[in-house]
Ligand binder design. Structure first.
Ligand code: BG6
Length: 523
């Protein structure tokens, strides 16, 4: 092959790597990622997620010029609405929740492509109407047959909706157009139900057209874990069992369950958050460097780590679940979980969970990963703390270093997004005294641009067919396989431990770490 052919090939390869790289794509203005002709159908359009996240995200994308001019949004729900009523609902949600300023001309263009289809999921007539609506939009707005179907509905309805899409010829578009299914969590209740759902979905949509949402992967700071680890030289050499003592992954919320009793009771914090968000954070923190940043390579590495995750032998000693009792939050008296509206007063659902996991591979053998999450905790914070071992030998007197803790690198996912490094420093003065100090990187100070909302990023990726930030079915199933034995153990061992709202969870969680000679960070 000639030199110039070689150069062309190398350039094409580099360009395709560039286009597939989520880190670059998020920032780069030379290659704006704009969706081609397409539309979005949302099932469950009257729900909270749709109102607070999906509709505002669609508007924000339009406002940023990332949607095609003929973009169309179809709502499907059991409501006696006309198209105009639906547009008004979207308008209110955009006004209330959008990240970017409201612009009349953007709104008008978007609103022209809004349609509403009333109906229930097993109503054939409603799907006939949906099909003709989609075909009409192709003609009127040039959506070219490309539609994504967003299932923002309880999992028990997934099979019906997916099968109705198939039955009414909506899962296959005309010619070379695409049809995609976007599925919200919870994806199943355990391994068995997740496998059943996967089977049903794959009977209708090919795997590369199924997008399972884990909105944590859409967060800038979560994508930054990859940048931190693999775009720099200084972290990877110490990112292993020779230097790391343990890792703590925390997702704490100050809110209670709000109006979500129907969804939450019987599911609980571990199924709601550990099975998906926290195990994904663990995978990104612990995985090996992927050969590229395309979806296949990322999944391969994440799956290798998830497959290496091992549960402790004694689940009684190394897992804790809790349930919030009444207490004080933000200066206000708040009720306990069992007093929340719609909750069975005898419910044993966990609102707090802490578990210890090991990762059985050469890099991490013997390094515990502690995961915890809870509602009504001290404050809202999500962080990954990589806690390092102490220096193997200290030339200082014990009194000089008594205030020195472990070095730590903390990735703050939210709020106050950034990275903090904690290390020992000499206290100014004539004596040698060493104390912990922190070095901070804050997104807000280093970048002027505000981060897009996770759902903006993920919706755009769906329309572009970019699967990098979506867990595959193997990951989802493996994550259930990790969690199932814990849930089974809990189901046959008493009740969750109560903790007062506004505190950092049950004392049993502190005892769990104390047994290992460690303690939880107070973020
Ligand atoms: C969702 C959970 O996946 O994540 C909720 O179902 C939780 O219970 C929410 O409140 C938290 O998301 P974020 O982006 O606010 O951290």
């Amino acid at each position: 092959m000639s030199d110039s052919a070689n150069t062309k090939r190398a350039t094409a390869a580099a360009e395709s790597r560039f286009a597939a790289n989520p880190l670059r794509n998020a920032q780069d203005r030379r290659l704006p990622r704009i969706a081609g002709p397409s539309g979005l159908v949302i099932f469950g359009v009257t729900g909270d997620l749709s109102r607070k996240k999906l509709m505002p995200a669609v508007y924000d994308l339009a406002n940023r010029g990332l949607l095609p001019p003929g973009f169309s949004l179809v709502g499907f729900a059991r409501r006696d609405w006309e198209h105009e009523d639906f547009a008004e609902v979207v308008h209110d949600s955009v006004k209330q929740y959008s990240r970017t300023p409201f612009r009349e001309e953007v709104w008008r263009q978007l609103a022209e492509g809004m349609r509403f289809v009333p109906g229930v999921f097993d109503d054939d007539n409603a799907f006939v109407t949906l099909r003709s609506t989609v075909e009409q939009l192709d003609k009127e707005r040039g959506t070219s047959g490309n539609f994504a179907f967003y299932l923002s509905v309880p999992p028990k309805f997934f099979p019906t909706v997916v099968r109705q899409l198939k039955k009414h010829g909506l899962s296959d578009g005309p010619g070379d157009s695409w049809r995609r299914a976007v599925i919200e969590k919870p994806f199943g209740h355990n391994l068995r139900t997740a496998q059943e759902l996967n089977q049903i979905v794959h009977e209708v949509f090919p795997p590369n057209e199924v997008f399972r949402i884990d909105h944590y992967l859409g967060k800038e700071t979560v994508q930054n874990i990859l940048a931190l680890r693999f775009a720099n030289t200084m972290f990877e050499p110490i990112w292993n069992r020779s230097y790391v003592d343990h890792v703590q992954i925390t997702m704490a919320e100050d809110i209670g369950i709000g109006g979500r009793a129907g969804y939450y009771d019987g599911i609980g914090s571990a199924r709601d958050v550990i099975q998906n968000h926290l195990l994904q954070l663990l995978a990104l923190t612990a995985m090996e460097e992927p050969s590229s940043f395309d979806a296949d390579a990322l999944v391969t590495e994440k799956l290798k780590v998830l497959n290496a995750v091992r549960l402790p032998d004694d689940l009684g000693r190394h897992t804790v679940r809790g349930q919030y009792a009444a207490g004080w939050q933000g200066g206000e008296r708040v009720v306990g979980y069992l007093e929340e509206e719609g909750i069975d007063p005898a419910s044993v659902t966990d609102t707090y969970a802490a578990i210890k996991l090991e990762v059985d591979n050469r890099r991490w053998a013997g390094v515990p990963f502690y995961l915890r999450t809870g509602k009504r905790l001290g404050r809202r914070v999500t962080e990954i703390a990589v806690v390092f071992q102490r220096a193997p030998y200290s030339p200082f007197d014990a009194t000089e270093t008594q205030e020195l803790g472990h070095n730590a690198l903390v990735i703050r996912v939210q709020p106050d997004e950034g990275i903090t490094v904690r290390f020992g420093s000499k206290v100014p003065g004539t004596q040698m005294e060493i104390r912990d100090v922190t070095m901070d990187f804050a997104y807000g100070e280093s970048f002027t641009e505000s981060s897009p909302e996770a759902y903006e990023r993920l919706l755009l990726d769906v329309l572009l067919g970019d699967a990098n930030l979506f867990p595959r079915h193997q990951e989802v199933e493996r994550s259930w396989e990790i969690l199932d034995p814990i849930e089974e153990y809990w189901a046959s061992h008493g009740k969750p431990a109560p903790y007062a709202s506004g505190t950092w969870g049950p004392t049993e969680a502190d005892e769990m770490l104390a047994r290992d000679g460690r303690s939880w960070r107070r973020p």
